[in-house]
Ligand binder design. Structure first.
Ligand SMILES: Cc1cc2nc3c(=O)[nH]c(=O)nc-3n(C[C@H](O)[C@H](O)[C@H](O)COP(=O)(O)OP(=O)(O)OC[C@H]3O[C@@H](n4cnc5c(N)ncnc54)[C@H](O)[C@@H]3O)c2cc1C
Length: 484
């Protein structure tokens, strides 16, 4: 029997139907298309991922399906082993071309792609991968990178007409998406989907961005004054080019300072992913290899207290409990959590990196790894930033509003002492009738910070780290920038 020829658009972290080059390109070909999403078992079991990610993906796919339905078209969503699924599709249809976006993923997803590539080559199927954002594949250094980034962001959006789309679906009992079907919605987390992303963008640009720079570091206010686009960008509900152009055009109506600060962060997004794209070993090794020999002994009790939000340091615990429940924290609080683990508690960078990946709905390997390593001070090329969690709390949550929201044990605690509850003595406790099961600090923060400064600067000045620094700069240095 002659198999029907088809093309495949393989959706990965690009769960949208607008500004989507693989989709636009395939519509221009004269073949029916399988619009394919695969939830590979390896993703479900990978320690960087948790259900909040798959719920976000499920929402995103549902929204795509809803938009496609208007045009009488359908998505194919399957679960299982990627290669096996492609082989099965190929046994029913004749796959001519696969179109997808380039992905800067983890080691295991790269292996899935490599296995698939070997098979498509053997079957003479062509697989074209399109550039997804400002990250450029195959470059050896950062010369001209910034210029090219701006050129990409100002280039025209990919136009596509869904009315021209002709999909076919591949049905299979064996690869039914059971895992997705069993997920339960939790309204504490952001909802995925292209239409939600467009609403969030619009609302931010015209309303919420007015206090962007003023609130960016505050754990409570940042939740509404920052864009909250990270999960939508990470899962590709919206293209970063579309976000950039909306912000850029809105500057004509004012609010320039805030919008410029926002636009520069979109560049950071690609800047960090570019680092990971060029050095995927960062998943397993510190960027500066000098730190390999400076490994510390892990303390499982410390790590457990940090993970559970029970260190006895209010802002640290409030942040951890908040991200566990909601999947989101602003930048400064993320950095502080990493600094607490790796500086105050002197644990290793990889003692906490997968745990936080599971908590962030916006987990993006190419941002998470370089950012985490930078905050943990194992890059050797960035200024060491040690966050004092008590100062951070006094500066950014002076009334303890965020702390009280996430640590119910401290709800009745006097505001004067909310940042350092351990300082309240027995007499004051009985005077104010303070009863709380909140733990005593696991370390003396002031002493630990003093010690950390000594250790970190000695490590950075060590022969091993200094020798390895040149190699880092040759790959990652952005010309004209002091700090990388
Ligand atoms: C340890 C650590 C881990 C992180 N892991 C992730 C991650 O997995 N995924 C992720 O998207 N961001 C990550 N970040 C960066 C940053 O904290 C978030 O992007 C930001 O808080 C998301 O909120 P927003 O969308 O409201 O950001 P906005 O301030 O509104 O910024 C707009 C967009 O710019 C990008 N962006 C903002 N800040 C940064 C930054 N510092 N570095 C790189 N890109 C940035 C994001 O795409 C963001 O959506 C991490 C930061 C740290 C310190």
């Amino acid at each position: 029997m002659v198999r029907q020829e088809v093309n495949i658009v393989w959706f990965k972290r690009d769960l949208r139907l607008k500004d989507h080059e693989p989709l636009s390109f395939s519509i221009d070909q004269d073949l029916p298309i399988v619009l394919l999403y695969i939830l590979d078992f390896e993703y479900i079991h990978n320690p960087h991922y948790s259900n909040r990610h798959w719920q976000f993906v499920k929402d995103s796919l549902k929204n795509m399906a809803k938009q496609l339905k208007v045009h009488g078209q359908k998505l194919t969503v399957l679960e299982g082993d990627t290669l096996e699924i492609f082989k099965n599709i190929h046994s029913k249809f004749h796959i001519k071309n696969i179109y997808s976006h380039q992905e800067t993923g983890l080691g295991f997803s790269y292996s899935i792609d490599k296995r698939l590539k070997k098979w498509v080559d053997s079957e003479k199927i062509s697989w074209t991968e399109f550039q997804q954002n400002g990250v450029v594949r195959g470059i050896k250094n950062r010369n001209n990178w910034v210029k090219n980034w701006y050129a990409f962001m100002h280039s025209s959006e990919t136009r596509l007409d869904l009315k021209q789309l002709k999909t076919v679906i591949f049905k299979s009992e064996k690869f039914k998406p059971n895992y997705f079907m069993n997920l339960e919605n939790d309204s504490n987390f952001q909802q995925g989907g292209e239409e939600s992303a467009l609403d969030v963008l619009e609302d931010f640009i015209w309303n919420r961005s007015k206090k962007y720079s003023y609130h960016i570091s505050k754990p409570t206010e940042s939740r509404t004054s920052c864009s909250r686009l990270s999960a939508h960008i990470a899962w590709g509900n919206i293209s970063i080019r579309k976000v950039y152009q909306a912000g850029y055009q809105a500057k004509a109506s004012g609010n320039k300072r805030n919008l410029n600060a926002f636009l520069s962060r979109l560049r950071w997004h690609c800047h960090f992913i570019q680092k990971f794209e060029q050095e995927i070993e960062m998943e397993f090794l510190p960027q500066n290899k000098g730190y390999v020999s400076l490994r510390r002994e892990s303390n499982s009790a410390y790590i457990k207290s940090w993970e559970e939000g029970n260190t006895g340091i209010p802002l640290v615990d409030a942040c951890m409990r908040c991200v566990i429940k909601t999947g989101y924290l602003n930048f400064r609080m993320r950095a502080m959590l990493v600094s607490f683990l790796t500086h105050v508690l002197l644990q290793n960078w990889d003692d906490g990196i997968q745990y936080l990946a599971r908590q962030f709905t916006d987990f993006e390997p190419g941002i998470h790894y370089p950012q985490f390593q930078m905050q943990a001070s194992v890059t050797g090329i960035n200024t060491i930033r040690i966050y004092n969690p008590i100062k951070q709390a006094k500066d950014h949550d002076p009334e303890g509003i965020f702390i009280k929201k996430w640590i119910p044990e401290l709800i009745d605690f006097p505001t004067d002492h909310i940042h350092e509850p351990w300082k309240v003595n027995e007499m004051e406790r009985s005077l104010f009738n303070i009863k709380t099961s909140y733990p005593h600090p696991i370390v003396d923060v002031t002493e630990a910070l003093k010690h950390a400064r000594k250790v970190l600067w000695a490590e950075k000045g060590s022969k091993e780290v200094k020798n390895a620094k040149k190699a880092v700069l040759s790959v990652h240095a952005v010309p004209g920038r002091k700090e990388q």
